[in-house]
Design a protein around this ligand. Structure first.
Ligand code: ADP
Ligand code: AMP
Length: 217
């Protein structure tokens, strides 16, 4: 199962990717998680990306393209993966086609999480993430068992710097300008599968399973 998850910030891509990859034992490839990891490690990539991420802007295409190419070439991706948060620009979409062609792979589905911006602002401002494992919670909609602590490893939860109002606004603008136009490109392919992403996490997961052909499982 080779899937790409695509949609506005806060549409639930990361949350649904976690549920799906746990169920099917696949790698969850989140470009956002990988970039935040580079920032924490203070690598060259991390240093170039940090201010852009915090401001809600895209990091340069050449960085994300190279990270994606390297990650998809790892052996654990051979039997499937969920690529979450890539592509986000036409250049990234072109590069993805090349990477897949080089590997002689085809995507099964491009899953589009469709939701209105005004419905997801509250999701983003209430998001809390684990410092250690990146697990994602919400102060209201997906609470950890112990407030402020990760269920998986007990680490402290934090609010991402780009989950504050000014960066959230920028992220929606960037999405509308650079990422949403990709939808036209993917609408031409029968691989586009649309999931209505309003509703509870469980409801959205059921819809996701249905559009990828595992409804009822
Ligand atoms: P994305 O990866 O698309 O930016 P996330 O999966 O990180 O979005 O979700 C953003 C926030 O919204 C998180 O705090 C998450 O717990 C919460 N969330 C995700 N899906 C839902 C949902 N269906 N209903 C309510 N809150 C949700
Ligand atoms: P996310 O975790 O998907 O919300 O991504 C967080 C931030 O990481 C984005 O706002 C960008 O700054 C950066 N980022 C993640 N994926 C990409 C990508 N494909 N292209 C450019 N920047 C990205």
């Amino acid at each position: 199962m080779k899937l790409v998850f695509f949609g506005p910030p806060g549409s639930g891509k990361g949350t649904q990717a976690k549920l799906l990859t746990e169920k099917f034992k696949l790698p969850h490839i989140s470009l956002g998680d990988m970039l935040r990891q580079e920032v924490r490690a203070e690598s060259d990539i991390g240093q170039r990306a940090k201010a852009l991420i915090n401001a809600g802007k895209l990091v340069p295409d050449e960085l994300t393209i190279e990270l994606t190419r390297q990650r998809l070439n790892k052996p654990d991706c051979k039997n499937g993966f969920v690529l979450d948060g890539y592509p986000r620009s036409q250049a990234q979409a072109d590069a993805l086609e090349e990477i897949l062609a080089d590997l002689k792979w085809q995507l099964d589905k491009m899953v589009y999480f469709q939701v209105d911006e005004d419905k997801v602002v509250e999701r983003l401002s209430g998001r809390r993430s684990c410092k250690t494992c990146g697990a994602v919670y919400h102060v209201k909609f997906n609470q950890p068992k112990v407030a402020g602590k990760c269920d998986q490893d007990g680490s402290e939860l934090y609010q991402r710097k780009d989950d504050v109002e000014s960066a959230i606004r920028t992220r929606f603008e960037v999405y509308a300008e650079q990422t949403e136009p990709l939808l036209e490109r993917y609408k031409k392919s029968e691989k586009l599968a649309t999931v209505e992403a309003a509703g509870s996490i469980e409801q959205v997961f059921k819809r996701l399973l249905t559009v990828i052909g595992y409804g009822g499982n």
